[in-house]
Each structure stands twice: as structure tokens, then as C-alpha cells.
Design a binder for this molecule. Structure first.
Ligand SMILES: *[C@@H]1O[C@H](CO)[C@@H](O)[C@H](O)[C@H]1NC(C)=O
Ligand SMILES: *[C@@H]1O[C@H](CO)[C@@H](O)[C@H](O)[C@H]1NC(C)=O
Ligand SMILES: *[C@@H]1O[C@H](CO)[C@@H](O)[C@H](O)[C@H]1NC(C)=O
Ligand SMILES: *[C@@H]1O[C@H](CO)[C@@H](O)[C@H](O)[C@H]1NC(C)=O
Length: 532
């Protein structure tokens, strides 16, 4: 009342001056607040599962027990439509840490061993940008990207100089490393800690004898060692919940039961990490993000552009935005949104730079997800874009995809139809796939949504209506009724490829050339002759 009376006693000009003064003071103090927040009380904990899917209560799986993930999700905004832009470990992590799609950051396939892929040396990664802005960075677990000059953290305990089993799956060891990172943390400096679990990745290919998902590693039985903090949960094959894209066979059920046991280690690991953050007094100023690099390693999953390959769990807990805790949102999110989200959190601008040519400045295609934690989801959701080149070096199968309005999805298979879809080593050795091969060879029913030959041989264009056909079984691209949508999606995908300097822009029917007006596609006239 008093303020109101005073205000009315002042003339118009004074009101104007006072308003301006108020605005200036506000601007100054807001700026001050932002920089204070940068110095105190702004940290990020990023936890990424390895081939982790939706096997948890919060996403409707009531069989696989994940109390720690569910408790975190209950305090987070949970995204039901989050995807990776590329369904392969190293490319996904490079895209996550650079904010740029695979074909732009240059990491086209797996990083380790013979595969040997690295991003361009000129890429500016999230840990680099953060370090330049005074944020301390740490990584514990699976790094799996390079070169080291691009992806380096202030604190590193990764497979580069540790056993991946220890830093990626031994949750007691992970707990102690998180404790070490926090104990060496300068109180006044903000941090980003990236905990990259190796669970629940498959195991038979790299560590045979520990169970299909390394589900026996550290379980305390003779020969398997002991992880003091892990209480393994065992599942019966008949009790697991099979996703629609996994065949309903005894072999696949046994496979999924192993996966669930490994998820109990991941889940309890998440609980331990959160506990360390709490004990260090950081819960109230740390943004916590949980996701996975790509879909689970089952048919239709990892290495595919079908939904089971792209869709990932994602939940974000902010200590400051409490209104939407425990809510589920169907806003379209991508792992390419993580860099903009973290930069937004720290109030840091994305640097202006180019990777290959000055005429090709990089820009972040993703968006900050923080506004969704505060407000509603009405903000127009943009299109999703995906870009995949290969997984293992022998698995060259480039694909591009677009999803518009959560309804129509277009996949461009650049190698189709001549080349069969490739299978990776550790999925090949899975009980699920070996059984599918056996059944196919012996003419037995697969109990699956497709025949193996349809899975191998794909059309160049695949278009799906995700609302009417969420399992992506009916290719609409030749249907007259969908002609316009097909052309529109194709055009938008081409424009996106162009704006992100995609070297595959003209593949497979043209060669990418350059004239003074810019890049163009010179035709190859290589359409398959009829009857070939
Ligand atoms: C691994 O290397 C990092 C530095 O890159 C070092 O801080 C860490 O102590 C090393 N870990 C081991 C187990 O040697
Ligand atoms: C902590 O960080 C601040 C600012 O980054 C710096 O001035 C100070 O010297 C650091 N303290 C220690 C003990 O490293
Ligand atoms: C896990 O790590 C702890 C702590 O470093 C160690 O005592 C334990 O033996 C490890 N377990 C396995 C299975 O390696
Ligand atoms: C596949 O069949 C072969 C021989 O028929 C058998 O030895 C093998 O165990 C089978 N593998 C699976 C995974 O069923």
C-alpha cells in the first residue's frame, strides 16, 4: 500500500527516470548474480549408461528392479522422446561431447583398436570450452573417443590407463574415484563430472566367461571376484519383459535376464555416485543428467536408425527448478542438446570457430533443455536429425534420418539396396542372434517381427508413421498418399546435411562438387537397372 501511494505521488518524468534506474540496477545485479552463480553452486553430474535402454520402473518396466534410477527420475523431468543422433558408442559420445553430428565432428566409427576413428583436431569439445571458462572437468569410466587433444578432462580415470572393467563396471571402484574427484575439488570452482558406466554393455566378445553382459563379474562367486557394494539381483528368463523388437525365444529370454542382472549393478552404481555427491554437500547445486549412448544391443537396436537404436532414456534433475519434478514430457530431445544445456547452465557462450574451412562456421543444432524444466512444453519442438556412418570399421552403412513433429520419420540408407545391413561382433555372439541364425538356417519360426532377410536388405528410403506404426514395419515412401510428406522430409534432410557440411550430401547418386555458388551434386546416373 505504501509503495503504491508513493508511486502515485511522483510525476511522469521522475517515474521514467526511476524505472530506468530500477532496470539498470536490476541488469547489473542480474549479471552479478550470474557470475556469482558461476563461482558457487553450479556443477553438473552427467551419467551415461553403455547401451542402456528403458529397463526401469520409470519407463514402465515393472520387472527389472531399478530403485535408484527410479528415485532419481522422481526428482527429475523425464523425457519420453529422447534420441541419440547416432546409434554407436564412440560416434554417439563424440556427438554428445562436441554437440555436433558424426559427419561434422569427424568421428565416423568406433575409436578403439583397429577401428581407429577420431574427431577432427580442430573440434572444440565441451570439456575444452568449460575449462577455458573456469569449470573443472572430470571423467570416470568409458571415454572411447579421440583425439586426446580434443577430448581431455582435468581429472581422468578411463580405459586409456585402467581396466575398463574396473572403472566402468566395478561400482565400488567408481564410488571411490568419484570420492577422490570431489575431495580434490576446489570449493570455489564449479565442476562437470562425467561418469560413463560400461554397464550394461554386452561382454561375450571382450570377456567371455563373465556371462553375456558381464553379469557375473564381481558377484562374489568363486573366480568372479567381489564388488563389495553390489547386491546382484537374479532374474528368471520367464519373468523378463521382452520389448517388441526382441524375439520371444528361450535364448533371447535368457539373454535379457543376464542384461537385467547387469542393470542391477548400474542402478546401484548410480545410487553410490549420488550418495558421494550428497556427502560432499553438492546435491543442492548440481544439475544431474542421466542418459545412455544408444539403444540396447538387440536386433533393431544399437547400430540402427529404427527407434530401438535411437531412443534413449533421459532425465534431468535441477536443484533450482522444482516445478516439474517427476513429470514425464514428450518434448523431442536429442543428445545433441546436452552441450547447449550444460553451456546454458554455466551461462557460457558457444565459441565462434570452424573445423575445416573459415566459410564453414560450426553452430550447435541442439537446444538447451533447461527451459523445459521450468516451463511448459508448448515451445515448438524442432525436427530430429540423425547421422550414422559405421560402427566397426567393416560396417560401413551410412544412414541419415529426420523425424518431424514426432510423427513422420524418414531414413535414407545410402548403401541400400545392394549391401546387407552389417552385424557387429558382440551382437553376433549374443544368444539372441546366434539363435536367430540357427532358426533361419533350419527354417524354424523366429518369433520376431521380421524375417532376417528383410532386416539385412533395406530399401534406400524408409518412411514410417510413428503414430500409426510405432514398430516401423510399413514403409510408406512409395505410397501416393504420402508423396508430399516424403518430398518435404527429403528436402529438409538435404538442407540439414548441407548446413552441417555433410561429406555424404550427394550419396549415393551423385558426387559432391564445389563451384563459386557453393557445393552441388553432380549426377552419377547409377540407378539400378530393371531386373538387375
Ligand atoms: C591415468 O591418467 C591420468 C592423467 O591423464 C592420471 O591422472 C591418472 O592418475 C592415471 N591413472 C592411472 C591408474 O594411472
Ligand atoms: C580455487 O579456485 C580459485 C578460482 O578458480 C583460485 O583463485 C584459487 O587459488 C583456488 N584454490 C586452490 C586451493 O586451488
Ligand atoms: C572392485 O574394487 C574394489 C575397490 O578397488 C576392490 O576391492 C575389489 O576387489 C574390486 N572387485 C573386482 C571384482 O575387481
Ligand atoms: C546352433 O545350432 C548348432 C548346430 O545345429 C548348435 O551346435 C548350436 O549350439 C546352436 N546355437 C544356438 C545359439 O542355438
Amino acid at each position: 500500500m505504501m509503495m503504491y501511494g508513493l508511486w502515485h505521488g511522483i510525476n511522469h518524468f521522475s517515474k521514467f527516470v526511476l524505472t530506468m534506474l530500477f532496470l539498470i540496477i536490476c541488469l547489473l545485479s542480474c549479471r552479478h548474480e550470474a557470475s556469482a552463480a558461476l563461482l558457487h553452486g553450479r556443477n553438473v553430474l552427467l551419467m551415461i549408461a553403455d547401451d542402456g535402454g528403458f529397463e526401469m520402473g520409470v519407463y514402465g518396466n515393472n520387472r527389472c528392479q531399478t530403485p535408484h534410477l527410479d528415485a532419481l527420475a522422481a526428482q527429475s523431468l523425464v523425457f519420453s522422446r529422447a534420441r541419440t543422433s547416432v546409434s554407436s558408442c564412440s560416434p554417439s559420445r563424440a556427438a554428445l561431447l562436441s554437440g555436433l553430428p558424426s559427419h561434422e565432428n569427424g568421428l565416423y566409427g568406433l575409436h578403439h583398436d583397429v577401428h581407429h576413428f577420431n574427431s577432427f583436431e580442430t573440434v572444440r569439445s565441451l570439456p575444452m570450452i568449460l575449462r577455458e571458462n573456469g569449470v573443472r572437468t572430470g571423467i570416470i569410466g568409458k571415454k572411447h573417443v579421440g583425439p586426446r587433444s580434443v577430448y581431455s578432462f582435468d581429472y581422468e580415470q578411463t580405459e586409456e590407463n585402467n581396466s575398463i572393467m574396473q572403472v566402468g563396471r566395478n561400482i565400488t571402484r567408481i564410488k571411490l574415484l568419484v570420492r577422490e574427484f570431489l575431495a580434490t575439488q576446489n570449493e570455489t570452482q564449479p565442476f562437470l563430472l562425467y561418469v560413463a558406466f560400461h554397464d550394461p554393455h554386452r561382454c561375450d566378445h571382450s570377456n567371455p566367461g563373465y556371462g553375456h553382459f558381464c553379469d557375473k563379474f564381481g558377484n562374489g562367486e568363486p573366480g568372479f571376484g567381489h564388488i563389495p557394494d553390489w547386491k546382484p539381483i537374479q532374474y528368471k528368463p520367464e519373468d523378463v519383459l521382452l520389448p517388441y523388437f526382441v524375439p520371444d525365444t528361450p535364448a533371447a529370454r535368457e539373454d535379457v535376464a543376464s542384461q537385467y542382472t547387469t542393470i542391477s549393478r548400474l542402478d546401484q552404481g548410480v545410487g553410490l555416485v549420488l550418495d558421494e555427491i550428497r556427502k560432499a554437500g553438492k546435491t543442492e547445486d548440481t544439475l544431474i543428467i542421466y542418459s545412455s549412448d544408444n539403444g540396447i544391443s538387440f536386433p533393431y537396436g544399437r547400430t540402427n536408425m529404427y527407434e530401438p537404436g535411437l531412443a534413449v532414456p533421459l532425465f534431468i534433475k535441477s536443484p533450482y527448478d522444482l516445478t516439474r519434478r517427476g513429470e514425464l514430457t514428450d518434448v523431442q530431445a536429442s543428445l545433441l542438446d546436452i552441450v547447449p544445456t550444460v553451456l546454458d547452465w554455466f551461462d557460457i557462450d558457444y565459441p565462434k570457430y570452424h573445423i575445416l574451412k573459415p566459410s564453414q562456421p560450426t553452430s550447435l543444432g541442439g537446444k538447451s533443455l533447461l527451459p523445459f524444466l521450468r516451463g511448459d512444453d508448448k515451445a515448438e519442438s524442432d525436427a530430429f536429425f540423425g547421422s550414422h556412418a559405421m560402427h566397426e570399421v567393416t560396417m560401413n552403412y551410412p544412414m541419415r534420418s529426420i523425424i518431424q513433429g514426432e510423427r513422420y520419420k524418414l531414413i535414407h540408407n545410402l548403401n541400400a539396396p545392394g549391401t546387407p545391413f552389417p552385424i557387429d561382433q558382440d551382437f553376433y555372439l549374443s544368444p539372441t542372434f546366434l539363435d536367430m541364425l540357427n532358426r533361419t538356417l533350419n527354417g524354424l519360426p523366429l518369433h520376431w517381427i521380421k524375417e532376417l532377410s528383410d532386416y539385412y536388405f533395406r530399401e534406400e528410403w524408409e518412411m514410417f508413421d510413428l503414430k500409426e506404426d510405432p514398430k516401423e514395419c510399413v514403409n510408406l515412401h512409395r505410397k501416393k498418399k504420402y508423396r508430399e510428406i516424403f518430398v518435404e522430409l527429403k528436402e529438409k534432410l538435404f538442407m540439414w546435411q548441407k548446413s552441417t557440411y555433410d561429406p555424404w550430401l550427394c550419396a549415393p547418386h551423385g558426387v559432391l562438387l564445389e563451384n563459386p555458388q557453393g557445393p552441388f551434386c553432380a549426377p552419377l546416373h547409377n540407378r539400378k537397372p530393371r531386373g538387375y
